[in-house]
Design a protein around this ligand. Structure first.
Ligand SMILES: Nc1ncnc2c1ncn2[C@@H]1O[C@H](COP(=O)(O)OP(=O)(O)O)[C@@H](O)[C@H]1O
Ligand SMILES: [Mg+2]
Length: 515
């Protein structure tokens, strides 16, 4: 340790077990949350989590503990973990300690603040209800987000959470004059690097801050990186009075890091191996995401759902903090219906007539009803075939399938691999399209004409003059009725689910023509 540290509070390592370090302090026991430094250059950072007795603390390392040995001196820094705040943060990328990791110039003009802060008191919170438009049809129509609210994107691995989050950053930056803070917790490092590059290319970096504690880092770092990001968000809200968009990918990893820390600290696990303190830890973080009279923090959080089990305690606890839950479904993703949001499982407390208006509300209700009826009819269609349905039910199916396709949308961020240019759709256009589909204006258009488009007028452009009379592609109800092979039960099962990936669709259609 350095020479001047001798006059400071110095302890001695007495035990090291993975990330957990016990230290003896003979003079003065550092309080909880104190940060200790040890190692040859003070590179090992430990946060105090427990005072074992009058002389011993137990802490969790926020850095790897390689080279740490019993008997090594430990310096008490005399304060908690701190994060930088200030204008200088903009366009920079940080780790949990507030070190820049973007290989740019040194950080200037910042102050340092403790990452442990209390949520704003009730009296300072504001309760405006204003809708936050995303330009994504399905979200704006059926699951409107709240400005200053918390929205969760729930889903198992690989269903499109990160893509949707990135798309939202992209769409938001045009008409959102606030600051965006992206916090990567426990996901792949590569994703952070890609995001940084994408944001730089898109020219949106000047209003963005990124903080990462990814999956290669020790549990302590992943556990605290969310607090560091929130400290920065609170600075922009409270000191600069700006609106903040806080994106978290992935909040489940925060809970998971807490579980690892708790396990390492020797606490008994609770349900399904989760830490007994999960509820308090999560609310300690989530409650800081609040609106005050000076500014709002809108947060969108990806929530990994282990094994696609939505009754998992981590998912359930997270649900309870959110004002909108967007549930991504593997089934829709496998059908190519991106964004793979399950409209019947997703919900938003903004979807009330008082907030979105009577017309939007009634329309959303009707869309949900149509989709729900179709979901019920699916079993009958699978068993008996579409022909057995009444004409009225067939109408419902046709409308629902057209709605489902119209509610897909090409994304800017997936342009490289879908080959389709992204589309931003205003709420008005989205509502208009849904209304016209419900009024059967498009019943003679092929379903594929509605797939991966922006506003509904593109469907008209996609269908060539006279084209509306031709059979509507492989997934169409007409094809199902006329194709002789499809009258058997097995064929009927294949009927309802299309493969609407554009290339596949074309291939399919070609195959159908030949047969
Ligand atoms: N909107 C979309 N359009 C096209 N492909 C998508 C879309 N969303 C997701 N995908 C596909 O799914 C893959 C996984 O998405 P990702 O967001 O990384 O999943 P998650 O974060 O949920 O694990 C992407 O690499 C992409 O191939
Ligand atoms: Mg992801």
């Amino acid at each position: 340790m350095s020479g001047e540290a001798v006059t400071e509070n110095v302890g001695v390592v007495v035990a090291v077990r993975g990330s957990v370090v016990d230290v003896r302090f003979d003079a003065r026991l550092p309080p909880i949350y104190s940060v200790l430094r040890t190692g040859e250059h003070g590179q090992i950072v430990i946060e105090v989590l427990a005072q074992r007795d009058a002389r011993h603390i137990r802490g969790i390392a926020l850095t790897p503990t390689q080279g740490l040995a019993r008997g090594m001196a430990v310096e008490d820094t005399g304060g908690p973990l701190q994060a930088p705040v200030g204008k200088g943060l903009l366009s920079r990328m940080f780790d949990v300690f507030g070190n820049t990791i973007d290989r740019e110039a040194a950080l200037t003009g910042v102050q340092w603040r403790s990452v442990h802060r209390a949520p704003p008191p009730l009296a300072r919170r504001s309760t405006k209800s204003e809708v936050f438009e995303t330009g994504i049809k399905l979200i704006d129509v059926l699951v409107p987000l709240e400005r200053g609210g918390k929205a969760g994107l729930f889903g198992g691995a690989g269903v499109g959470k990160t893509v949707l989050l990135t798309e939202m950053i992209h769409n938001m930056l045009g008409h959102h004059d606030g600051v965006s803070i992206f916090c990567g917790i426990g996901e792949r490092c590569r994703e952070g690097e890609e995001l940084y590059r994408d944001m730089k290319d898109a020219g949106v970096l000047p209003n963005m801050v990124m903080v990462f504690g990814q999956m290669n880092e020790p549990p302590g770092a992943r556990f605290r990186v969310g607090h560091a990001a929130l400290t920065m968000a609170e600075y922009f809200r409270d000191d600069e009075h700006r609106d903040v968009l806080l994106l978290v990918d992935n909040i489940f990893r925060f809970i998971q890091a807490g579980m690892e820390v708790s396990g390492l600290m020797g606490q008994m696990p609770s349900r399904l191996g989760y830490q007994p303190t999960m509820g308090t830890e999560l609310s300690g973080l989530e409650e800081r995401i609040a609106n005050t009279d000076t500014g709002a923090i809108t947060s969108i959080q990806a929530v990994y759902v282990p094994a696609d089990d939505f009754t998992d305690p981590a998912a359930v606890h997270t649900f309870s903090h959110l004002s909108a839950s967007i549930v991504l479904s593997r089934k829709r993703a496998s059908e190519g219906l991106y964004p793979a949001i399950d409209p019947l499982q997703s919900s938003s407390k903004m979807a009330t007539p008082g907030i979105v208006g009577e017309r939007h509300y009634l329309l959303a209700q009707e869309i949900r009803r149509t989709l729900a009826q179709y979901a019920e009819l699916k079993d009958i269609i699978a068993m008996l075939g579409l022909e057995q349905l009444s004409a009225e039910d067939r109408g419902v199916v046709a409308r629902a399938r057209r709605l489902e396709r119209f509610l897909t949308q090409p994304f800017f961020t997936t342009g490289q691999f879908t080959g389709l240019k992204g589309k931003l759709v205003s709420l008005e256009d989205a509502l208009d399209g849904c209304e016209r589909i419900l009024r059967d204006e498009f019943k003679d258009h092929p379903e594929s004409a509605l797939y991966m488009i922006g506003s509904i007028d593109e469907a008209k452009a996609k269908t060539k003059p006279g084209g509306s009379a031709t059979p509507a592609g492989p997934e169409s109800t007409i094809a199902a009725k006329t194709d002789p092979k499809r009258t058997t039960g097995t064929a009927a099962k294949a009927t309802p689910e299309p493969h609407p990936k554009p290339q596949q669709e074309v291939a399919h259609a070609a195959a159908m023509d030949e047969s």
